[in-house]
Design a protein around this ligand. Structure first.
Ligand SMILES: [Fe+2]
Ligand SMILES: [Fe+2]
Length: 278
């Protein structure tokens, strides 16, 4: 079976390319499960109920979050009521939402999904390694395939998480830095690993925000609005092939969908729906 984690979706450009490309991508790549880190999806920070439904209707199976999870309070009711969205597992028990979930992939296989937040250059949270252990202890016994999104800054912490969970989860894939890393690999125990799958949104930017705004504030300390940028929109993510019987990963591959490929995928999906071109 094939799992895809799409990295931090930034603002409207990120949402739009997902909605445009995902149906075609699902069929072309034969994806059984699509998870999306959506912590930046509402104007660059947080997520709203409307956007949650837009992503689910576009074919997203599960949403993970990170340090911007709670920026928009409107999402709290969705976090409480819906099974297919998780916040970091190392948040307080009293925090809205849940630390892990089990979703059913398109091939009917149950997939455990969870995320955790790092502690380097980020606000203080409980130990992500202990949180991962708690999640594994609580995961139903029939769940063999598990995907972890480790939302963290430090590559060393991400590598450690991969080693701690090697052989016990199908994939440990990183998010948060918005920059993909070239270290995708299958660890010795059979866990697919990559420090960061990258960002989905405008790449003519600083991590998705307007270059001129970030430049001015960084160089002069004059505060500006870090508006979401617009140029060179791409999906970045990583596809993992897995054996549903054992939960072990068999292959890992980085994915980039640029605007040209997104248009081709939209045409493919339209053709599959039986619509004529034009
Ligand atoms: Fe992010
Ligand atoms: Fe983040």
């Amino acid at each position: 079976m094939r799992l895809l984690l799409i990295g931090d979706v930034v603002g409207k450009p990120g949402r739009q390319i997902i909605i445009q490309a995902l149906p075609g991508l699902r069929s072309q790549e034969r994806l059984d499960l699509v998870a999306v880190n959506a912590e930046n999806v509402a104007g660059g920070s947080g997520i709203t109920p409307e956007i949650y439904y837009d992503l689910i209707n576009a074919g997203v199976d599960c949403i993970t979050l990170g340090d911007h999870a709670f920026r928009r309070r409107e999402i709290f009711s969705i976090l409480q009521s819906q099974r297919n969205i998780v916040r970091p597992a190392n948040y307080p028990q009293e925090a809205p939402g849940k630390g892990f979930t089990v979703v059913t992939a398109r091939n009917r296989v149950a997939v455990g999904v969870f995320c955790a937040q790092g502690r380097v250059f980020m606000s203080p949270v409980d130990c992500p390694f202990q949180a991962a252990e708690r999640v594994l202890a609580a995961m139903p016994g029939n769940v063999r395939v598990m995907l972890m999104d480790f939302h963290a800054e430090a590559t060393s912490d991400k590598q450690l998480m991969g080693r701690v969970l090697d052989g016990r989860v199908t994939a440990v894939l990183g998010t948060h830095t918005h920059v993909p890393t070239a270290d995708e690999q299958i660890l010795p125990g059979g866990t697919a690993f990559q420090c960061d799958v990258g960002m989905t949104g405008p790449h003519e930017s600083i991590l998705g925000r307007r270059i001129d705004r970030v430049m001015e504030t960084t160089r002069t300390f004059r505060p500006t609005q870090f508006e979401v940028a617009s140029g060179d929109v791409r999906i970045h993510g990583t596809i993992v092939d897995a054996d549903p019987e054992t939960g072990k990963a068999t292959a890992i591959q980085r994915l980039v969908v640029d605007e040209a490929r997104a248009r081709q995928l939209a045409a493919l999906a339209a053709a599959e729906r039986g619509e004529s071109g034009g």
